[in-house]
Design a protein around this ligand. Structure first.
Ligand code: T4K
Length: 435
């Protein structure tokens, strides 16, 4: 079913010209349709043409059910259920079992790194990685990231020092990093925000000049590359989140990947209470183990990764075409010469757009489009950092500006081209300014 009309200012892109194939029936070699998250109810689609069509003005919402940012990408059900059944039969559920080990090998091979240390989630993986690197004192991080990046440090009484971002990339600005270095600085945690790689070379140069340890929070970057090399092998180690909402998920999960044998060994001990065999603890540790069922989900999803990219890419292109002609909105670009997972559809609202970013989100929510304001208001404006460093914002002008302007839109298998055009038509109405 098509969006019903074309909104002034949106141009032909929102109309019928870019018919993309309907999904989500992605076939596979076993002749099984891959069952993805079901599409949003098509019966409620319409295109908004004027303010009167908007739910905030009394019209019915465009979608009958909520469309979330972060609906999971789920691979072939049959293969997952077979693995789940095998796990139950085996009676081996956790503690570095055979499926978790296979998962680690597959991930390391996929990323082209020596070691993958699978964990129960990305936050614990960050904590273990920073601890294994013996970070202390002050560590430089962006404030424009999910709170876990900062909390993983604070949890260990390491002081996160927030450096500003490059407004073009939304990643740490190397010059800002350089300015925040003090005699207490021991490391830098870069974040590949939205899956777009950090300024890796520049950060490496700073780290090497100042003898700092460098690691990356690669939670968004699974399957993304920099200069053709997949994220995973940069810095001393990189940390992934495999949370349900991530491009690649294991229900909950995470991993630290590294080419450093000693570091990998240390992290394996740390994630298992420091146990080296029965009754022999040789290191302080925690419980960071990945379960077998999570690893089974990971193996299944890894097999369907190309389909996830194809769906996200198709959605991204559809958004790009539909939003291109809305003045004052720009879609964050992915470098098409790199590998991207297109998991985040990020729109920046120009200062001259007639409706505020917060009002855009309010209007979209009323239509059941649960757009998000990631990563507003920035970690430095959340507790405990807001109380600890009330003036941090003074050195974070780009963080403040970007965090106030970004809207993240839903993508994934729940959306088809009609739904995306419908969402774009709401934005087109807002561009007219009469809401
Ligand atoms: N570093 C970075 C840069 C990160 O982005 C994250 C996580 C981490 C570290 C930490 O990794 P983990 O410890 O989480 O592995 C979500 C995720 O919960 C969080 O993992 C993620 N970043 C962050 C960017 O987004 P919330 O609080 O904004 O949204 P949440 O979890 O409520 O999910 C969003 C929507 O997704 C829900 O409203 C509904 C939908 N959803 C969610 C789940 C869990 C589903 O449809 N199905 C589901 O199973 O944090």
């Amino acid at each position: 079913m098509k969006a019903k009309g074309v909104v002034t200012g949106l141009g032909a892109a929102v109309g019928a010209s870019h018919d993309l194939p309907k999904q989500p029936s992605v076939g596979n070699s076993e002749g099984d349709a891959m069952k993805l998250v079901k599409e949003v109810a098509a019966t409620s689609y319409k295109a908004a043409r004027s303010a009167a069509d908007l739910s905030i003005n009394g019209a019915p919402p465009m979608f009958a059910e909520p469309i979330h940012v972060g609906r999971p990408n789920i691979g072939n059900h049959k293969r997952f259920l077979q693995r789940a059944s095998d796990i139950l039969d085996s009676g081996w559920l956790s503690n570095n079992g055979p499926i978790a080990q296979e998962f680690e090998q597959r991930i390391a091979a996929f990323l082209g790194v020596k070691h993958c240390v699978a964990m129960c989630n990305g936050t614990i993986a960050l904590e273990i990685a920073t601890r294994a690197l013996e970070l202390k004192g002050e560590v430089i991080v962006p404030s424009y990231t999910f709170i876990a990046t900062a909390h993983a440090l604070q949890w260990q009484e390491i002081t996160p020092i927030f450096a500003d971002i490059d407004p073009a990339t939304h990643n740490l600005d190397p010059a800002a990093v350089w300015r925040m270095i003090t005699p207490r600085t021991t490391g830098i945690v870069g974040v590949h925000l939205w899956g777009r790689a950090s300024h890796v070379q520049e950060l490496e140069a700073i780290a090497s000049e100042h003898k700092l340890r460098l690691m990356f929070d690669a939670s968004h970057g699974f399957g993304c590359s920099l200069d053709g090399q997949l994220v995973g092998g940069f810095g001393e180690c990189e940390v992934f989140s495999f949370h349900a909402t991530k491009f690649f998920n294991t229900f909950e999960g995470g991993a630290v990947v590294t080419n450093n044998d000693t570091l990998a060994e240390k992290m394996r001990l740390m994630r298992n209470f420091g146990f080296s065999g029965y009754d022999n603890v040789i290191y302080p540790g925690t419980n960071g183990k990945m379960t077998e069922i999570s690893a089974a989900m990971g193996l299944t999803n890894l097999e369907d990764l190309d389909d996830f990219v194809a769906i996200n890419r198709r959605n991204y292109q559809c958004y790009r075409d539909a939003i291109a002609s809305v003045p004052g909105l720009s879609l964050l670009q992915y470098n098409e010469s790199e590998r991207n997972n297109y998991q985040y559809v990020v729109v920046e609202v120009a200062p001259y757009f007639p409706v505020s970013r917060d009002r855009i989100v309010e209007v979209l929510h009323a239509e059941n489009v649960l757009a998000r304001k990631y990563f507003w208001p920035g970690c430095h404006n959340m507790e405990p950092y807001r109380s600890y460093y009330p003036h941090a914002g003074l050195v974070l002008p780009n963080t403040t500006r970007v965090a106030e302007r970004v809207v993240v839109l839903p993508t994934g298998s729940a959306l088809n081209a009609d739904a995306i055009r419908g969402i774009a038509s709401i934005l087109g109405v807002l561009a007219l300014g009469k809401v």
